[in-house]
Design a protein around this ligand. Structure first.
Ligand SMILES: NC(=O)c1ccc[n+]([C@@H]2O[C@H](COP(=O)([O-])OP(=O)(O)OC[C@H]3O[C@@H](n4cnc5c(N)ncnc54)[C@H](O)[C@@H]3O)[C@@H](O)[C@H]2O)c1
Ligand SMILES: Nc1ncnc2c1ncn2[C@@H]1O[C@H](COP(=O)(O)OP(=O)(O)OP(=O)(O)O)[C@@H](O)[C@H]1O
Length: 536
């Protein structure tokens, strides 16, 4: 094959892979393609090195070779990603086949063990009877019970009498207990740990695992509160003066406020010099261990603001509504005394709101230490086209699986708390804030079939601006702190280990429904009158 032919082949492969039919398997699963691509890429490199030195003025050639290098880099990245995903898929397939053949084997042996079919003639899970085994054995280190095995189909067979409804005397007594293990990210070094739950009777129920209404009970009295207030609002300013005084004089609490608010309070009266504040945002992140409660006076934006001040754990927030909408602010400011009395006494219902931790990885960063700091969001992280008039082109991956390519105005990765904010406006579902998950909502996708997704809470989502993108993209965090994403840069996002707990007026579900009824007038319609045509 001539070198020129090689270049043509290479460009064809590059074109197909980058802009072609979107078939993830097309390149990696065809070894011929892979090797021809590699040969062509090599040949192009050879050609480029064999070229007589180019004149500095030969701009087209320089541009062309740069473009080829970029394409080669993108191709290599994409092929590596695909290979990884395929290896993982192959491993799962192997495990599945192994499990299936083991089950088949047991199925054949089962009649000899006295296991019978159910009424439908099928053999349920119970036919996977094995030799007697005690629960204690599951704690052993044998490979069979390694934590990777997430469920046990095993049945204890201890020689007792059967109570089988179909009269089959199969000596099965009860199922074996087992454990399920969850991978979870630890705080230290982000190491993966396992959370293990035992199922004593061998029955999986969600009753103990589901996220229930959470109640907070103080074990010692709260002593320190921090108040965040919406700026430039006279009503907020008036209330903050009154509330700080009441908290000190009637409740004997230590009060922290923002430096701006301390100046406002001192301008009212010098008697407010007991109020504490901080110098810079770094200092406030150290306040967490001292503060028992956060109070916000404003709208949802003030709750977002308060949460953003805590880059790690966040004390419980009591949000007073002094804005127009107030999805996350159930408390009425007029009754602040009663509300705070109840909260300080406890117990209180809380909504545990998950946050997303977002991290930008720059293509030009060569070392781990060059990565940027994590940003935590309570509502969402948005990747959009900013001032560019081109479509955004965003490649999205969920763990190592390719999700899709977003071509449109952008993408919202939202928490369930944020599901009623920007994500809702872009067509995403409204989700109860205690449902753990990540909403994947496109903004004006240029495609008829791009419906929003909800992903489970354990995944890591990666959104990458491809090398062939016409423009850069912009990221914003809860509507703030815009950052540019250049071609090759990626945003990586997962559920953060530090949720935000907000106090409920009644309880989580009641408050959520109230906010969608009162705030959005959800499904408000005049009731149809009873007169008129009826089914006969
Ligand atoms: N098209 C849109 O709907 C759109 C566009 C940009 C930003 N936003 C939202 O605004 C948020 C920032 O809020 P802000 O107050 O700082 O800005 P803001 O002052 O521009 O207010 C945005 C509006 O969104 C409401 N809001 C915020 N969080 C909400 C939530 N979880 N559920 C329901 N409504 C919510 C606020 O009450 C406010 O009315 C962003 O996180 C984003 O979700 C929405
Ligand atoms: N303590 C604060 N310091 C600086 N900015 C703040 C603070 N609290 C709120 N903000 C900002 O002020 C803006 C408006 O706040 P907020 O949403 O609470 O009030 P609102 O707009 O009147 O309420 P609503 O959105 O319900 O109508 C938001 O952009 C928010 O980020």
């Amino acid at each position: 094959m001539s070198l020129n032919q090689n270049i043509i082949n290479f460009i064809q492969f590059a074109w197909q892979d980058s802009f072609g039919n979107g078939d993830v398997n097309s390149l990696g699963s065809n070894p011929e393609n892979g090797s021809s691509l590699a040969q062509s890429e090599k040949a192009v490199e050879e050609l480029l090195t064999q070229q007589t030195p180019m004149l500095a003025t030969d701009d087209h050639l320089i541009e062309f070779s740069e473009a080829l290098r970029t394409v080669a880099k993108a191709l290599r990245g994409s092929a590596e990603g695909k290979a990884l995903a395929q290896a993982e898929a192959a491993e799962w397939k192997r495990r599945y086949e192994l499990e299936r053949s083991k089950n088949q084997e047991l199925l054949h042996k089962a009649p000899l063990n006295g296991v019978c079919a159910d009424e439908s003639g099928n053999k349920g899970m119970d036919h996977l009877a094995k030799s007697p085994r005690r629960h204690g054995q599951e704690n052993g280190k044998s490979e069979r019970y390694s934590l990777e095995r997430i469920c046990s189909h095993d049945v204890l067979q201890d020689g007792g009498e059967s109570n089988s409804p179909n009269g089959c005397n199969n000596k099965l007594k009860r199922k074996a207990s087992f454990k399920l293990s969850w991978g979870c990210k630890g705080q230290a070094n982000d190491q993966h740990k396992k959370e293990i739950v035992s199922f004593e009777s061998g029955n999986i129920t969600t009753a103990d695992r589901s996220s229930k209404q959470i109640s907070l009970t103080w074990e010692t009295n709260p002593q320190t509160v921090i108040i965040f207030t919406k700026p430039n609002s006279t009503s907020v300013r008036v209330l903050s003066v009154e509330m700080v005084r009441w908290l000190r004089e009637h409740k004997g609490l230590n009060v922290y406020v923002e430096p701006r608010v301390k100046a406002e309070l001192l301008s009212e009266s010098s008697s407010f010099d007991f109020v504490q504040t901080w110098e810079d945002d770094k200092e406030i992140s150290l306040l967490h261990p001292k503060v028992d409660l956060v109070i916000t006076l404003g709208g949802d934006g003030t709750v977002l603001w308060a949460a953003s001040m805590f880059k790690g754990p966040v004390p419980p927030i009591v949000p007073f509504s002094m804005g127009s909408l107030g999805f996350m602010t159930p408390f009425h400011s007029e009754q602040y005394r009663d509300c705070l009395e109840a909260v300080l006494k406890g117990p209180i219902s809380i909504t545990l709101r998950h946050r997303l931790q977002c991290h930008i990885i720059r293509d030009k960063a060569r070392h781990d230490y060059e990565t940027e700091e994590n940003t935590l969001v309570l509502n969402e992280v948005t990747i959009d086209r900013g001032i560019s008039s081109y479509l955004t082109n965003l490649e999205c991956y969920c763990d190592n699986s390719f999700v899709t390519c977003v071509q449109g105005d952008g993408l919202i990765l939202s928490t369930t708390s944020g599901s009623t904010a920007y994500s809702l406006a872009a067509g995403g579902s409204m989700v109860h804030p205690q449902v753990p998950g990540i909403l994947f909502t496109p903004i004006c996708p240029h495609s008829l079939s791009f419906r929003p997704l909800i992903l489970p809470d354990h995944v890591t989502v990666r959104v990458q601006v491809p090398f062939n993108s016409r423009s850069s993209a912009w990221v914003s965090f809860d509507g703030k702190g815009r950052k540019q994403l250049e071609a090759g840069d990626a945003l990586v996002c997962s559920i953060a280990p530090w949720p935000v707990s907000t106090a409920c007026q009644v309880e989580s579900t009641h408050d959520f429904l109230r906010s969608i009824h009162d705030g959005l007038h959800w499904n408000l319609r005049k009731t149809q009158s009873s007169d008129g045509p009826r089914d006969t």
